[in-house]
Design a binder for this molecule. Structure first.
Ligand code: ADP
Ligand code: MG
Ligand code: MG
Length: 313
């Protein structure tokens, strides 16, 4: 019956990495399905917490904090996981010509959206030279990282949630799950379809919290949305939000929402932030050059634009 079928979907929503996370998956109706469901949900939650503990800038003992405390002074040995993720971040920096840059934090850490605080002009110009992904030196033999400029700080907020989603989907898949959705904030990853039908992922309306701008039917893909409405405050009519243009140290304001679709949750996360910074013209040009990614961009007039692969006819 429909009831039994519904019971085979298992889900949980929880708080982690400063946002809401959600996991949802199908298990065949067997005697031990309820126990397995509890186990898998726990594995997913623990994985997200583990990643947060390693990569949060707010946890002083995190591996990321240790890098920020020491890498300007001497090489710091890091885990293979962090090494690889930083390498991916640098790859997207090169792809996006610096629009995605984890050293944005050199200025970015001076913003406090909750307290409506932004860095002064003087502070920005002082820290702006430290925004430079090319100052990050990775040594693959030593598995180490070093900054060759002082005052460089890194932050993985634009890529860590995609990485977490990717790992959680892999955990579910390794346990034999074939239909799953994992999301963390604006980052969603899908395993398989929703049993004969597509998953439907909504993109929020950027200026009406309860509304959805568009619903996308998707299978076996990842989608990441970057918006200027997630963490922001308005001062003197100007919106200060959490996506920073590395060239200016100010919030990026060319568009209001960017969604990227592709197979790799880590890349779509970083690319959504990158395209947000680049804006409609340059951002769309970049995505149209990358056959494995598509984009949905909402501009400042709230007009929606889609990349070539999403255009009908
Ligand atoms: P969300 O945090 O909702 O997943 P994004 O994926 O767009 O949204 O990531 C935004 C986060 O990325 C910011 O909160 C910040 O941690 C980080 N960030 C901001 N500007 C940049 C940038 N230019 N390059 C890389 N990371 C950035
Ligand atoms: Mg991102
Ligand atoms: Mg993200």
């Amino acid at each position: 019956s429909t009831n039994t079928a519904w019971a085979q979907w298992h889900q949980k929503t929880f708080n982690v990495m400063g946002t809401r996370a959600h996991v949802e998956f199908w298990l065949n109706d067997t005697a031990n399905a309820p126990r397995l469901a509890t186990d898998y949900i726990q594995l997913v939650e623990q994985e997200m917490q583990r990643i947060d503990a390693a990569m949060s800038p707010y946890i002083e003992s995190s591996e990321l904090s240790r890098i920020n405390q020491e890498a300007a002074k001497h090489p710091v040995q890091i885990s293979a996981e962090l090494y690889q993720l930083i390498k991916t971040a640098l790859d997207v920096s090169i792809l996006s010509q610096g629009a995605f840059d984890i050293t944005y934090a050199s200025v970015g850490y001076h913003y406090n959206y909750r307290k409506h605080q932004k860095p002064s002009e003087a502070q920005i110009s002082k820290s702006l030279t430290a925004i430079d992904y090319q100052a990050i030196k990775l040594n693959s033999k030593e598995q180490s990282i070093q900054f060759d400029k002082t005052d460089v700080k890194i932050d993985l907020g634009g890529i860590a949630k995609g990485h977490a989603v990717k790992n959680c989907l892999a955990i579910l898949k390794n346990n034999g799950v074939e239909h799953a959705l994992v999301s963390a904030g604006g980052d969603t990853g899908l395993l398989g379809d929703r049993r004969g039908r597509p998953w439907h992922v909504g993109i929020k309306h950027p200026r009406a919290e309860q509304k959805t701008a568009v619903h996308l039917p998707l299978n076996d893909e990842a989608i990441s949305t970057s918006g200027d409405y997630e963490r922001y405050f308005i001062q003197d009519g100007v919106r200060y939000h959490h996506i920073i243009n590395p060239k200016t140290g100010d919030s990026a304001r060319k568009v209001v929402s960017v969604s990227i679709i592709g197979k790799d949750p880590t890349y779509v996360d970083a690319l959504s932030t990158a395209v947000f910074v680049k804006g409609l013209v340059d951002g769309m040009t970049l995505i149209n050059k990358l056959p494995e990614f598509e984009a949905i961009i909402i501009d400042n007039q709230q007009t929606m634009h889609v990349s070539r692969g999403l255009q009908q006819n």
